[in-house]
Design a protein around this ligand. Structure first.
Ligand SMILES: *[C@@H]1O[C@H](CO)[C@@H](O)[C@H](O)[C@H]1NC(C)=O
Ligand SMILES: *[C@@H]1O[C@H](CO)[C@@H](O)[C@H](O)[C@H]1NC(C)=O
Ligand SMILES: *[C@@H]1O[C@H](CO)[C@@H](O)[C@H](O)[C@H]1NC(C)=O
Ligand SMILES: *[C@@H]1O[C@H](CO)[C@@H](O)[C@H](O)[C@H]1NC(C)=O
Ligand SMILES: *[C@@H]1O[C@H](CO)[C@@H](O)[C@H](O)[C@H]1NC(C)=O
Ligand SMILES: *[C@@H]1O[C@H](CO)[C@@H](O)[C@H](O)[C@H]1NC(C)=O
Length: 660
């Protein structure tokens, strides 16, 4: 009358043969647990004479040898069968398919060989199948797809070959995990992998899979970990991987992936993503130890990777389903005419639809920054391999129109290595017939100076701290560009909104002044005084005289530059709460200048040994701060001109470079 015999986790050293034979008379046995003992010998054929009522059979973690007898198929009431972690060899019997009520089958960690029996597909109740860590070979049987309740499938560490059956990735019940790692699987990862929308863990690592990573993975909405390490996957990383909502770990290392690493989502957390061992990858930012995607025109031709920044000016886009449908229709019409191999030619003909598609319909994931007049996105045109970054101006906001036209005007008339370069503009209407305007710029791989001067605001990416040399070099670049705008353009151009977030850094840290949305030419039209209204600028950087109704002048930019310089060396914003009308950033630095200047310097600026530091202080830091103080003087008359400032900084830079 024995129902259950539970002797698991002991040190019983019986012979399994005699044990089972002696139990065949227990005709009411429901459960037999002998796992975690020292059972040896091999399973007898009389196992089939155990009670047909038997539901659970646990022999895991013993030293059982030999093959699994065909007679096991007689135990038709089994829902749990565990013979894991033993020394079972030979094939898995075909009769296993008779165990129609089986829910968990654990044969992992044995020496089983041969093919996975196709009768496995008869186990329609099967929820968990562990065959990992054996010597199974051959193809994975396609009719495993009939196990429509399967939540966990582990076939890891075997010698399975052939391709991944589509039927397998169609098992939408898979949730706990799908592990096919450490086999010899080849061919493509089926697109149907997107069917696995309940799956938490996907591991296809250490196989010979080739082709591209399917973009359909985006449908795996609860995927927590994705491991495709050490295969032969090629092509680029689908942008969609950055949009997986639940993902926590991605390992794509040791493949042949190439192109641009996506920037959004998990790709902002370098510790959660492994990309090493892919020779062709490059990144837009320095957060992965990957080459920065080249931006210079020379490199661009060689690698066919170009970075663009598109500034788009459109009324606040409300992309209704209707307009998406319109776009899709239009895109289909346009795509044939857009297949131009000549990049410049193609770029001139960028349409609203192209830009929409390039930015994933202005997806928030693609957005990198935002201001009152517009937002900047990264994207990629369908007809080109390059990423683009997109600034969407909100034309219904006051000043956004002017800002666009000013910017166009400036870009048309300027050419300097330290000013952002525009490639083209797009001026049209969107599909709601609202005005739409876009400017296309080269993309600046290292973001803005803001991110470097105030790195703690950008958690998630490693702290990026500027060296003294970089600070001097950036100051020299900005001064050179301002000197050009003020003294070499006729009429002179005033930027009017100089601040760290408008200084963009190229892949090699060359800086360029951007955002000319507030800029004004100093022509006769502008000789009359201009009030604060209608004037752009940013609190903290606006010279005091503008607030008093004085006309704009080059001295205004000089003031902003001075504040920016002090900010770069102190890492303190002019709008910091510690400052007020009584204590400005200028006064704060001035009161420490020169003797206690060390106390106000950016504490994160890397310092050398004391001797070197003292020398640097005298030769470079103090002179730079002094320029910052001079430029940010209260009265415009007392400030130097940009020509003088530029020359001074250039000579400091020259001296500094000699010490390197
Ligand atoms: C199993 O039971 C049947 C019927 O009682 C018997 O004929 C057979 O010999 C038994 N098999 C083994 C291996 O003991
Ligand atoms: C399987 O178990 C159920 C419930 O214990 C029982 O009613 C049934 O008869 C068993 N089937 C066989 C073939 O013994
Ligand atoms: C299956 O066996 C393996 C190896 O012993 C073990 O790690 C795993 O926990 C078992 N699975 C279940 C569901 O018992
Ligand atoms: C069991 O599986 C085999 C092979 O897949 C198949 O031919 C057979 O019809 C199945 N039997 C049942 C009862 O489903
Ligand atoms: C599958 O089995 C392998 C080897 O036994 C193990 O390392 C891995 O963690 C298992 N996978 C899952 C998803 O449990
Ligand atoms: C890897 O894939 C490429 C095609 O992408 C193929 O030419 C090459 O033979 C594959 N290498 C291996 C080891 O499978």
């Amino acid at each position: 009358n024995l129902n259950k015999l539970l002797l698991g986790s002991n040190r019983l050293g019986a012979d399994i043969w005699s044990l089972i034979t002696s139990l065949t008379n227990c005709t009411r046995l429901l459960e037999l647990s002998m796992d975690g003992n020292n059972l040896n010998g091999s399973l007898p054929k009389s196992i089939g004479n155990l009670s047909t009522h038997l539901q659970k059979l646990k022999f895991g973690g013993n030293q059982i040898t030999g093959t699994i007898p065909d007679e096991i198929g007689k135990l038709i009431n089994l829902s749990l069968l565990e013979i894991n972690t033993n020394k079972q060899s030979g094939q898995i019997p075909m009769t296993i398919g008779n165990l129609k009520k089986l829910f968990i089958l654990n044969l992992s960690m044995n020496e089983l060989s041969g093919q996975i029996p196709s009768t496995i597909g008869n186990l329609s109740q099967l929820g968990q199948l562990y065959l990992d860590n054996n010597n199974l070979y051959g193809k994975i049987p396609a009719n495993i797809g009939q196990c429509i309740r399967l939540a966990m499938l582990n076939l890891s560490v075997n010698n399975l070959d052939g391709s991944i059956p589509i039927e397998l990735v169609n098992i939408s019940s898979l949730s706990l995990g799908l592990d096919l790692s450490n086999n010899k699987l080849s061919g493509l990862i089926p697109q149907q992998v997107g069917t696995l929308h309940n799956l938490g863990h996907l591991n296809f690592s250490n196989n010979q899979l080739s082709g591209q990573i399917p973009s359909s993975l985006i449908q795996c909405a609860v995927l927590l970990s994705l491991n495709l390490e050490n295969n032969n996957l090629s092509g680029s990383i689908p942008e969609s991987l950055s949009q997986l909502p639940a993902i926590q770990q991605i390992d794509l290392s040791e493949n042949n992936l190439s192109g641009v690493v996506p920037t959004g989502g998990i790709f902002g957390k370098p510790n959660s993503v492994n990309l090493k061992g892919n020779k062709g990858l490059c990144a837009l930012t320095s957060i992965f130890a990957l080459p920065i995607c080249p931006t210079s025109p020379a490199k661009r031709k060689k690698n066919n990777t170009r970075w663009l920044l598109i500034v788009i000016l459109i009324p606040t886009v409300t992309v209704a389903l209707f307009s998406i449908l319109c776009i899709m229709f239009t895109l289909r019409k346009e795509s044939t005419t857009q297949q131009s191999s000549n990049y410049k030619e193609t770029m001139k003909r960028v349409s609203y639809g192209d830009i929409l598609k390039a930015t994933n319909w202005f997806s928030p994931v693609n957005k990198i920054s935002s201001s009152h007049t517009g937002s900047v996105y990264i994207g990629r045109f369908e007809f080109d391999t390059d990423l683009v970054a997109i600034k969407v101006f909100h034309l219904d906001e006051q000043g956004a129109h002017n800002s666009f036209f000013r910017e166009c005007e400036v870009l048309k008339c300027t050419r300097h290595r330290n000013l952002v370069k525009a490639i083209t503009l797009c001026s049209t209407v969107d599909f709601d017939n609202n005005e739409f305007k876009a400017l296309i710029y080269e993309f600046m791989a290292n973001g803005s100076l803001e991110m470097f001067v105030h790195p703690k605001l950008y958690q998630g990416s490693p702290k990026r701290v500027l060296t003294l040399g970089q600070r001097i070099s950036i100051a020299a670049d900005i001064a050179s560009a301002l000197d050009y705008l003020h003294n070499q353009l006729v009429p002179p151009l005033i930027h009017c909104d100089l601040k760290p977030s408008n200084i963009l850094l190229d892949y090699d840290m060359t800086s360029r002044i951007g955002d000319f949305g507030s800029a004004k030419f100093l022509s006769s039209n502008f000789t009359k005084p201009e009030g604060f209204v209608g004037f752009g600028g940013t609190i903290g950087y606006i010279p005091p005289e503008y607030g008093m109704g004085c006309k704009i002048s080059t001295a205004g930019d000089v003031y902003s530059f001075g504040v920016l310089l002090l900010e770069m060396f102190t890492a303190k914003r002019p709008t910091d709460t510690q400052f007020s009308s009584d204590l400005s950033l200028h006064k704060y630095v001035d009161s420490a200048f020169p003797n206690t200047i060390g106390e106000v310097l950016d504490p994160h600026m890397p310092r050398d040994e004391k001797v070197v530091h003292d020398l640097w202080m005298q030769s470079f830091i103090l002179p730079m701060i002094e320029i910052g103080l001079l430029c940010s003087k209260e009265s415009p008359k007392d400030r130097p001109g940009m020509r003088e400032v530029c020359a001074k900084i250039a000579s400091i830079k020259q001296e500094f470079d000699k010490t390197m």
